[in-house]
Design a protein around this ligand. Sequence first.
Ligand SMILES: [Cu+2]
Length: 173
Amino acid sequence: MAIFPRKLEEWYKPLASVDKTWIAASVVIALVMATTTLAWSFADPSHQVPTETFEVAPAEFREMASSFADKYRGSTIPEGTEIYLAAVQWAWIPKELRLKAGVTYKVVISSGDVLHGFSLIGDDGTVYNLMVMPGMAYVMYIKFDKPGVYEIRCNEFCGLGHQGMVGRIIVEG
Ligand SMILES: [Cu+2]
């Protein structure tokens, strides 16, 4: 049987009203998403992807974070201190940070081994989310307005102990 190309009129079917509704709905959704994304980035520029990064060997960064953890274990980190936070299988180094409310801290985050994710979600709406790649350090500026305990979780599956990879930030008033 020979194949005859169909004429356009045979392919073309006018849009049904349900199709028009879905097209209109998707345009509206796309516009709302584009608008809120833009508005959010202007309204709160502190919640942006870190633009300050540098290369660092995973083993070297693990060392930096370990000596930082040893130095400040159990004590409140003074204003102006550069914080080193390493994600490793399967913990955060240091596993606990004591910070002061209302102070902006410079936090350098990287991985000591494989790919991890940094996720901080506070009850008060504080949200930080970041992919933590081995070999790259990310600089974040973090400020907590309210005292409390904030959990850091790994949000990138990194092996058997991934779900137990929980750190804490204790914010003091
Ligand atoms: Cu993980």
